[in-house]
Design a protein around this ligand. Structure first.
Ligand SMILES: C[C@@](CO)(OP(=O)(O)O)[C@H](O)COP(=O)(O)OP(=O)(O)OC[C@H]1O[C@@H](n2ccc(N)nc2=O)[C@H](O)[C@@H]1O
Ligand SMILES: Nc1ncnc2c1ncn2[C@@H]1O[C@H](COP(=O)(O)OP(=O)(O)O)[C@@H](O)[C@H]1O
Length: 289
């Protein structure tokens, strides 16, 4: 049997860090939303009792460092599955970009194997298992739009923001999430108004959403990689309604309502940035069928 599962990327419309925890992680408060830029995961049963990762991207590990491998391995061990699977990852989401590509591949693998191996787990159970793989995996199991707290694994669904275009531009550097959190100094941050953002989304108030975007990790990554600031400036100059770095970066996203302006920004950025995408928000959450 063979299954194809979609693994969409996320952006953080607001990302606040409340404090440092005793387990080494940070307590976060963030608004995450899935966007229509996705990897595709193909799951195929194989005769040998192993997990095989196939990927054509040189940046994606094909061994137990791969988050999709870790997802399959966790299910296999926990539910004593003596069956093998080949996981082919067709990568579209840039790697180490702040878009949760690896986490989404793991989440899609959990959803897919739940079906392939007939585990009959609920989406909440899958999200709980996902948290053991990485902080962003629980959100990626559900998709949609949510407030994420704890180390990112506590998910409260909220409405989706009003429809708009998202322009993404990724400079040709990768950023380590661990390094960015390590270099964050909590005494010197401007906390974004996450509650205000939740309210603005509830009110479908696009211009208020644009005013309230904010990410405390942005300054840390900007200091490490000045090219991110340059992309931000260009995106603003070309006319995006709001511009912010996603997650730990380095991808910068811009919000735009009008298609003609989206086209202008897209074309302008393509002049000096290799990886530029124009996508929509995905409103719906994932289902298990
Ligand atoms: C910053 C965010 C925002 O959505 O995303 P990305 O930029 O990675 O996409 C997340 O908080 C990243 O989540 P994720 O990438 O799953 O992180 P994990 O694998 O759990 O952790 C990687 C490392 O980041 C640090 N970390 C992560 C989450 C957190 N709340 N506090 C932390 O301090 C820890 O040092 C950890 O070892
Ligand atoms: N399926 C996967 N896709 C991409 N990267 C992966 C995957 N599995 C593990 N990784 C590793 O995870 C790291 C973070 O990748 P990714 O999830 O794309 O970025 P981010 O955490 O910034 O959203 C990469 O450096 C990569 O080596």
């Amino acid at each position: 049997m063979k299954l194809l599962v979609k693994a969409p990327a996320k952006i953080n419309l607001a990302l606040d860090v409340i404090g440092k925890r005793s387990d080494g992680y940070h307590e976060v408060k963030m608004i995450m939303t899935t966007i229509d830029l996705a990897d595709r995961i193909e799951l195929v049963e194989i005769p040998e009792d192993t997990i095989k990762i196939v990927s054509h991207s040189r940046y994606v590990p094909d061994d137990n460092r791969n988050l999709a491998f870790q997802a399959a391995n966790l299910l296999k061990k926990r539910f004593n599955i003596n069956r093998g699977v080949a996981i082919t990852i067709m990568k579209t989401i840039p790697v180490a970009a702040g878009l949760a590509g690896g986490s989404s591949d793991a989440a899609a693998t959990l959803r897919g194997l739940n079906k392939l191996w007939n585990l009959q787990l609920s989406i909440d159970e899958l999200a709980e298992i996902g948290a053991e793989i990485g902080s962003d995996v629980s959100f990626c199991v559900y998709g949609g739009t949510a407030l994420a707290t704890g180390r990112g694994e506590k998910i409260k669904h909220i409405e989706s923001p009003p429809h708009c275009w998202i322009i993404l531009a990724k400079p040709s550097i990768g950023v380590s999430t661990a390094d960015v959190y390590k270099n964050l100094s909590l005494e010197h941050v401007n906390h974004p108004d996450v509650d205000g953002m939740i309210n603005a989304i509830k009110e479908h108030d696009y211009s208020e959403i644009c005013k309230l975007v904010g990410n405390v990790l942005e300054d840390v990554t900007l200091k490490m990689h000045p090219e991110v600031a340059h992309i931000k400036e260009q995106m603003k100059k070309f006319g995006a309604d709001a511009v912010l770095m996603s997650g730990s970066g380095p991808t910068v996203f811009g919000l735009v309502q009008h298609e003609s302006r989206m086209q202008r920004i897209y074309n302008g950025l393509r002049g000096f940035c290799d990886q530029v995408y124009a996508v929509r928000l995905i409103g719906e959450r994932n289902t298990l069928d």
